[in-house]
Design a protein around this ligand. Structure first.
Ligand code: NAI
Ligand code: MG
Length: 501
């Protein structure tokens, strides 16, 4: 037995609590101030350029999942409210938006981008409070990327003829867009920006646990003086989303969320002629070869699964390690998760924030339990979790078989399944052995291997020697049960136009 193997064996029997890595890495608290962010006690629906009371008369609470504190109450749109929003969008489409010169459309979208950029700090804090993600993720990731998407697509609005050379394109009409809670503002930006740039009007349904940034975006849209009804925002639960999807006057559906709901939406619109794009779950393979730059790879793996609590559809949730470096990778991974700072998402040093909801925490726990039951070895950070709120420590499993649930099902939490391989062919075969195909990662020093492996992986996005990097110019989307259609880049324009000749 090599020294490393001994270390690993010992690692597996030592109680994590005794190691106490946490203390060595403590930082002084550095909480972001929240006093200049005004959260209203109540938010209405945004329809026809105004904030209006819901016909349903109902409101629901949005909480901070890190504290369970109620932040505000939000209107719940019923079928009649959704109908009013779709009518407003249709009216705006016929009357203003489809008649406006493309360069004028661009000005409005640029205006949204600039105002969002100016209010970046406010939006980052809101995103963190409403959804539980660390402020450094919201501040350095979600918000600047959202702004970048508005800027990028504003630029396309009057250049569509160059996007589809030799073809003429027209907008589709009214787009119904349903988005999830993991990147609330970013998903709104991904969906709104290309739709508006192409000349469509929109009804957007944010997720029930994270409606706040979309509602503050509605305020920006109002201040930017967009013609009334070009963007409408209806808050509510799955029922509200279903009412939007089923509405007969919608021309295009864009959905990001669970595979289960995505499949249901496909069924419900079959035969209606509505255009659609789906971005569903994932079970990405991060493949690490023996010649990979090891420390860089470990950081990439950590970033790929633990930052944002693993609430990322493209999270690198399956790690395939070449057997010759298995021990060192596991050791380094184990040591590194002990140093991740888990806790107050508003603290600027926090790496891993709160789980988005009690339901999501329940789902994570159930799947982790299944891993233990099926005989996989559990390794966890010894960090202390806050008493209130929804939390799960950074976790990984070794001894995982392809058939285990934790190797097949999307956990959507800070939980990594480690598997091994011997040859590149085996890595590809195992990586592709999933119902999903959203993203993947390849770690190796050899450029030729990157090309060889990535051309064989069935995934929409493949990162090499990096992970979870986004840019508005590059398309994103999946294969198989991860959905279809692309968002981002030039490709992201196509779902919002019809090519007429
Ligand atoms: P979900 O798919 O239920 O929710 C996503 C959005 O769809 C929300 O706005 C929700 O209100 C809406 N919705 C729900 N039912 C609907 C229906 N019948 N018709 C139209 N809209 C509907 O996802 P949920 O329950 O929040 O999370 C469950 C699992 O889904 C997660 O554990 C994760 O595995 C996966 N997920 C994947 C995401 C991704 O980015 N691909 C994002 C969120 C969740
Ligand atoms: Mg919330």
């Amino acid at each position: 037995m090599t020294t490393l193997e001994k270390k690993v064996t010992r690692l597996e029997v030592v109680e994590p609590k005794q190691l106490n890595f946490g203390k060595k890495w403590d930082y002084a608290p550095a909480p972001e101030a929240t006093d200049f962010v005004k959260i209203k006690p109540r938010y209405e629906l945004f329809i026809g350029g105004k904030f209006v009371k819901p016909k349903s008369g109902n409101y629901f609470k949005s909480i901070n999942p890190a504290t369970e504190e109620v932040l505000t109450e939000v209107a719940e749109a019923n079928e009649a409210d959704v109908d009013a929003a779709v009518r407003a969008a249709r009216n705006a489409y016929e009357k203003y938006w489809s008649k406006l010169a493309p360069a004028e459309r661009a000005k409005y979208i640029f205006r949204i981008a600039r105002q969002l950029q100016e209010k970046g700090r406010e939006f980052a804090i809101l995103e963190t409070m409403d959804g539980g993600k660390p402020i450094k993720e919201a501040r350095d990731g979600d918000i600047p990327l959202s702004v970048a998407h508005f800027f990028y697509y504003a630029g396309w609005a009057d250049k569509l003829e160059y996007a589809f050379p030799g073809r003429k394109c027209r907008p589709l009409g009214v787009a119904g867009q349903v988005i999830p809670w993991n990147f609330p503002l970013l998903m709104a930006a991904w969906k709104l920006a290309p739709a508006l740039a192409c000349g469509n009007t929109v009804v957007l349904k944010p997720a029930e646990t994270t409606p706040l940034t979309a509602l503050h975006l509605a305020q920006i849209i109002q201040e930017a003086d967009l013609p009334p009804g070009v963007v409408n925002i209806v808050t509510g639960f799955g029922k509200t989303g279903a009412a939007l999807v089923k509405h007969p006057d919608i021309n295009k559906i864009a959905f990001t969320g669970s595979t289960e709901v995505g499949k249901g939406i496909m069924k419900s619109i079959a035969g209606t002629g509505k255009k659609m794009t789906l971005e569903l779950g994932g079970k990405a393979a991060n493949i690490i070869f023996e010649d990979a730059p090891m420390d860089q790879a470990i950081e990439g793996i950590i970033n790929g699964i633990y930052f944002n609590q693993g609430h990322v559809c493209c999270a690198g949730s399956r790690l395939f390690v070449q057997e010759s470096v298995k021990d060192i990778v596991i050791r380094k991974l184990y040591d590194r998760i002990q140093t991740l700072r888990v806790g107050n998402p508003l603290d600027k040093n926090t790496d891993v924030g709160a789980i988005n909801s009690r339901e999501q925490l329940g789902k994570i726990k159930e799947l982790v339990e299944s891993g233990v039951q099926e005989g996989c070895k559990l390794h966890q950070s010894a960090c202390e979790l806050p008493k209130k709120g929804f939390w799960f420590p950074p976790t990984f499993f070794t001894g995982v078989a392809q058939s285990n649930r934790i190797a097949q099902e999307e956990i959507f939490g800070p939980v990594l399944s480690v598997l091994t391989f011997r040859t590149p062919e085996e890595a590809v075969e195992k990586a592709n052995n999933t119902a999903y195909g959203l993203s993947a990662g390849v770690w190796t020093d050899k450029g030729s291997k990157i090309f060889k492996i990535s051309s064989k992986l069935k995934a929409g996005v493949i990162w090499a020697n990096t992970y979870n990097k986004f840019d508005p110019t590059s398309p994103f989307g999946g294969y198989k049960e991860s959905g279809f259609g692309r968002e981002g880049g030039l490709h992201g324009l196509l779902p919002y136009v019809k090519l007429v000749r």
